[in-house]
Design a protein around this ligand. Structure first.
Ligand code: CP
Ligand code: NVA
Length: 313
């Protein structure tokens, strides 16, 4: 079913109803098939997008640049070392200026508030390319990868093992709740999200036929999982916490033994990347036959293209 999302920003998946997420995933499937078949479109001809990065990126930047550029659009990369944002000029003023020059803006950085202010003042769609709180374009790619593997999302079980309060754990919570999935966070209690967030997600999950559980014993709650997901122990901007996190999270490393706890051989392993092999995941698991991390990375491009098609055309 088609939805009119023209003009919408993507700041968090909370703002999208399940059917709109399905609609975006359907477009992603279509553009992926077109690319495999060598079909070329010029959907963004004459359009421009500003790509603002306060933090480093390989996948997100390249996904936005190639997805927009190969459709005839002109992406402009702006690191915060180059532009005035937040230093000499307020976020509100930057948003208004960029909104006059570009058809859309992508922002990756620290505060969720920054991407929200950009969206409020720009007058054009703004996409969250990762903040400390959320990484919605990543989770669209994750959902696409799970659907490609198993054929559907509803009722599937995903366990996030690791830093249970980081941007990935948070966004997967929202994505799974929206799609009626069973989501488990396996994380030391010190790294659980707030009770307020847990309550909000449980409510959202219940509305869509999903569940949300948290477990603090390493490897507990993994049985029957369709997907095991992990992420770095110290996210960008948290480098000072690396030693403390290593002590807390070492027992939560995703290794062969942990993967066996699902009791299934067809459980897939997912990671948003970049990965620190030997920390949150062993070399054997990420390079093993259950790993789908390269499909996930590729799907960033197709899902990001889908978001831009849905909101710009
Ligand atoms: N997964 C992800 O967002 O990767 P980058 O940091 O390379 O963009
Ligand atoms: N949690 C990680 C995700 C990277 C894509 C970080 O924020 O660094």
């Amino acid at each position: 079913m088609a939805f009119n999302l023209k003009g919408r920003s993507l700041l968090t998946l909370k703002d999208y109803i399940p059917q709109e997420i399905t609609y975006i995933l359907d477009i992603a499937k279509q553009v992926k098939a077109e690319r495999k078949a060598g079909v070329v479109h010029q959907r963004f001809l004459g359009k421009t997008i500003a790509l603002i990065f306060e933090k480093r990126s390989t996948r997100t930047r390249c996904a936005f640049e190639t997805a927009f550029g190969e459709e005839g659009g002109h992406p402009v990369f702006l690191s915060t070392d180059d532009i005035q944002l937040g230093a000499k000029e307020s976020i509100e003023d930057t948003a208004r200026v960029l909104g006059r020059m570009f058809d859309a803006i992508e922002f990756r950085g620290f505060k969720q508030e920054t991407v929200e202010i950009l969206a409020k003042y720009a007058g054009v769609p703004v996409y969250n390319g990762l903040t400390d709180e959320y990484h919605p374009t990543q989770v669209l790619a994750d959902l696409m990868t799970i659907e490609e593997e198993f054929g559907n999302l509803k009722g599937r079980k995903l366990v996030f093992v690791g830093d249970g309060r980081n941007n990935m754990a948070n966004t997967l919570a929202v994505g799974c709740a929206k799609m009626g999935m069973h989501y488990v966070i396996n994380s030391p209690k010190e790294l659980w999200p707030s009770q307020e967030f847990i309550d909000e997600i449980r409510q959202m999950a219940a509305e869509n036929g999903g569940t949300f559980e948290l477990t603090s014993v390493p490897g507990e709650g993994l049985e029957g999982a369709d997907a095991i997901y992990t992420d770095v122990w110290a996210s960008m901007g948290e480098e000072a916490k690396a030693t403390e996190r290593e002590a807390l999270l070492r027992p939560f490393q995703v290794n062969e033994e942990m993967m066996k706890k699902t009791g299934r051989e067809d459980t897939i392993f997912l990671h948003c990347l970049p990965a620190v092999k030997g920390q949150e995941v062993t070399f054997d698991v990420i390079e093993g036959k259950q790993s789908r991390v390269w499909d996930q990375a590729e799907n960033r491009k197709h899902t990001i293209k889908a978001v831009m098609i849905a909101t710009l055309l």
